[in-house]
Design a protein around this ligand. Structure first.
Ligand code: ACO
Length: 239
């Protein structure tokens, strides 16, 4: 994806992380004009690639945009190709993550209030898909966030993302949830109390839960999830 300015000037390294400040983690200047110019270009990049991601997923509105990232505690990792667009550089992909407070069922049907890192948006430009770019970007994020893929929650993952996780990380069996998020069975391979944001003192009205004591672990099958418990105890706020 190219732009009418030099991507390499704004994003000078292959992997960049942008947070609510709207500045790349590589940016170092106290000059107000330079800050404003950089923020503007970052906004243009995020809006354009966010829109393409939304279109690729058939969403009504993009999950990633400058407005949505600005002042949030989420992060967008970008992968660039410095040789693209005749040396101006191109943006190849985005991966947006952030923590969300969620109620998550374990395989026994017990709720846990947690604040996991969630994959909110993931996109590689059509011209570069299935060439390992997604894996590179994902691996970079895992390293930066010091997390293993099984401890991520995924916001409404697409078939492609599920295929990606199965192929690269052998993640296949999901635990059905009462919200739009997906976790895999290995999410609970450690004691839930050790997971980020665990809260032991919540009171859960189990009568509002699915009406059964345990849930079967199901094979991942795309955007519509099977065996979802009927009652929604989702307290996560969709972007
Ligand atoms: N159909 C099925 N599986 C696919 C497809 C596809 N069109 N594209 C990628 N995959 C999966 C496959 O397992 C594939 O392996 P294979 O080619 O051997 O079958 C594997 O991903 C390829 O791995 P990479 O090359 O590292 O991944 P890629 O660069 O293609 O990026 C991504 C993966 C980001 C999912 C990309 O396909 C994409 O942008 N898809 C469209 C947008 C999308 O669905 N994003 C996820 C939204 S859900 C969310 O973000 C929570």
């Amino acid at each position: 994806m190219d732009f009418n300015f030099s991507v390499n000037d704004v994003l000078p390294v292959r992997f960049t992380c942008i947070d609510g400040s709207m500045l790349p983690d590589t940016f170092h200047s106290a000059d107000r004009q330079e800050v404003a110019e950089c923020q503007h270009k970052v906004a243009v990049i995020l809006d354009k690639i966010g829109e393409s991601s939304g279109i690729a997923q058939g969403l009504q509105s993009p999950v990633t945009s400058a407005d949505r990232l600005r002042n949030s505690d989420h992060k967008v990792y970008l992968l660039t190709n410095s040789e693209g667009a005749g040396g101006l550089g191109t943006v190849v992909g985005l991966l947006k993550i952030g923590r969300k407070k969620l109620y998550i069922f374990d395989a026994a049907g017990k709720h846990h209030e947690l604040t996991p890192i969630c994959v909110l948006d993931f996109y590689v430009h059509e011209s570069m898909q299935r060439a390992g770019c997604g894996r590179m970007l994902f691996e970079h994020m895992l390293q930066e966030e010091h997390i293993a893929p099984e401890f991520l929650a995924l916001d409404r993952p697409s078939e492609k993302l599920m295929g990606f996780l199965k192929k690269h990380y052998n993640l296949e069996r999901i635990i059905p949830q009462s919200n739009n998020f997906v976790v895999y069975d290995r999410f609970f391979s450690v004691d839930p109390e050790l997971l980020p944001g665990y809260k032991s003192n919540i009171k859960i009205d189990y009568r509002r839960a699915a009406g059964k004591g345990s849930f079967s672990v199901a094979r991942a099958s795309g955007r519509a999830f099977v065996n979802r418990p009927a009652a929604s105890m989702d307290k996560a706020q969709r972007l």
